[in-house]
Design a protein around this ligand. Structure first.
Ligand code: HPA
Length: 278
């Protein structure tokens, strides 16, 4: 049996063989943002099912694929669709695509997600730069024997979300007149939404946002010393903030409404990050 490093390397070579592009930036597109990858030029699309050991969601309509193409002048590798712990995947499985990014030569990852807003200064549809996270998923992508070829046993998480990338995103948002907040993301396992008591607890421990993704990916990226920018779309206010039940339909609707703005911000930030990873 091959080790995960060798498998990630094989997967990376398989993807790179299909394109002359050599992206240094990887994007993980959360629910509703898949159209960003559809708009790439010179694109090659590799279904996850064709990539060795790549986790593919079993849910209908969530096949998922890696799209490598140009966003304007910037070559990028994008994951169109991701898997989650609540689907039953292990944190190591969720980390694997990020490790493939790393072995493809990706130096910076941009992660997007849908999140519930805990901070009352946010409104539904707000875009929020993640400044830091609180991992309450009960798992860590790096549990198990450490492979030093990926990174060190005890990676530092002090600067998990690159300060300079956040500054770039804020500058570009200002130019586009997009309001961009900044906050702390608490990651829970899901799939049930939180109770109002859980949201009050998360607020008291310093969380501004709550979601069910991203953190395992960030940890895997930092392990490999890739830099991270992460942006949440507040698709709904978290449980108990407003006196109304949460629904997945609401999450999808808000995602759809904010998509154009979110994608404009991504397109503006990419050339800035590209200057850092050449
Ligand atoms: N809680 C957890 N995850 C989410 C939410 C939420 O309210 N909204 C979107 N993803």
């Amino acid at each position: 049996m091959s080790d995960q490093f060798t498998i990630a390397d094989t997967a990376a070579q398989l993807i790179l063989k299909r394109t002359p592009l050599r992206p240094k930036i990887g994007l993980v597109l959360g629910s509703g943002l898949g159209s960003f990858a559809d708009a790439l030029t010179d694109a090659v699309r590799v279904p996850y099912a064709e990539i060795p050991q790549f986790p593919c969601s079993t849910a209908i309509g969530h096949a998922g694929r890696m799209v490598v193409g140009n966003a304007g002048d910037v070559p990028v590798a994008t994951m169109q669709g991701r898997v989650h712990l609540y689907e039953g995947y292990s944190a190591q499985e969720i980390a694997f695509p990020i490790r493939v990014f790393g072995r493809m030569g990706i130096r910076a990852v941009i992660l997007t997600n849908a999140a519930g807003g805990i901070n009352r200064s946010y409104a539904q549809g707000a875009l929020v730069l993640i400044r830091d996270h609180i991992n309450l998923q009960g798992v860590n992508a790096l549990v198990g024997a450490n492979d030093e070829r990926f990174g060190v046993r005890f990676p530092d998480m002090t600067h998990a979300y690159a300060k300079e990338y956040r500054a770039m995103a804020r500058e570009e948002a200002d130019k586009l007149k997009i309001e961009l907040h900044e906050g702390v993301y608490a990651a829970l396992l899901g799939p049930s939404y939180e109770t109002p008591a859980e949201i009050e607890y998360l607020r008291r421990i310093g969380a501004d946002l709550v979601g069910m993704s991203t953190v395992a990916e960030v940890i895997a990226a930092r392990h490999m010393a890739m830099k991270v920018l992460a942006i949440s779309c507040v698709t709904n206010m978290a449980a108990g903030i407003l006196d109304q039940p949460l629904s997945h339909d609401e999450v999808m609707e808000t995602g759809e409404r904010v998509k154009t703005t979110f994608e404009a911000l991504l397109r503006a930030v990419l050339p800035r990050i590209a200057t850092d990873v050449v």
